[in-house]
Design a binder for this molecule. Structure first.
Ligand code: CA
Length: 226
């Protein structure tokens, strides 16, 4: 799942980015309104964390209104420094899905982020199961046939994306867009390399089970028992 943070306070933005990356999310940061709006409209984010007060030609509410006017319904969590009823109403009226008043505890932010991502059509449950494989998005654990599998953060994100999009062709571009962030060093074979790691942990050790990760040459990848 890929998240955009639009927040001009660098310290807060980096703290949120770090925390979310530890939860296996791919995260981009924008520090002003115009750049933030440009990124939000060009990249396929699963969630946007938007600060209300921003430098630039628009504030957070302006970005939100523009996105909704453009029929962009990416979930938005609005951060506001003001704890006034009027501001909350204004944010929700402009199309925010939730808001958080600064200063906030990181655990609270994570809880809101998870709740919003659960609402999105791709995500409904914290435990995703397919065949004898199960992935828990809360505890970040993966099991196959009752065996615990250790994955790195990126492998976990990749597998989560496949398990949310089973039994269909997933292009390499879609994987890059949803699993890696803007600054990531994506080499031509990065996805293949990670697919190799993932196969080595998910499929290869489980000879009694059906392979789940398949390459569809010229199209991309397919997750499923075929
Ligand atoms: Ca601000």
């Amino acid at each position: 799942m890929r998240i955009l943070i639009v927040e001009d306070e660098h310290k807060i933005a980096s703290a949120i980015k770090r925390g979310l990356e530890q939860q296996s999310y791919a995260v981009d940061v924008s520090y002003d309104a115009d750049d933030g709006l440009a990124m939000a409209t060009t990249e396929p984010y699963d969630l946007i964390i938007l600060d209300r007060m921003l430098p630039g030609s628009l504030d957070g509410i302006g970005i939100l209104r523009t996105l909704r006017d453009q029929n962009n319904h990416t979930p938005v969590l609005l951060l506001t420094a003001k704890d006034r009823v009027l501001d909350r109403a204004e944010g929700l009226n402009a199309g925010a899905d939730d808001y958080l008043v600064k200063p906030f505890a990181f655990v609270e932010l994570i809880a809101r982020v998870r709740a919003l991502l659960r609402r999105s059509p791709q995500a409904t449950n914290s435990v995703i199961e397919y065949d004898d494989l199960s992935l828990n998005t809360l505890t970040k654990t993966v099991e196959r046939s009752g065996n615990n599998i250790q994955l790195t953060s990126k492998e976990f994100a990749l597998l989560e994306y496949f398990m949310r999009n089973p039994e269909r062709i997933v292009s390499k571009d879609a994987l890059i867009q949803h699993v890696w962030n803007y600054d990531a060093d994506i080499l031509p074979n990065t996805v293949e390399v990670y697919m190799g790691y993932l196969r080595g942990k998910i499929d290869k050790p489980f000879k009694q089970s059906k392979p789940l990760l398949h390459t569809r040459r010229g199209f991309g990848y397919y997750f499923g028992t075929v």
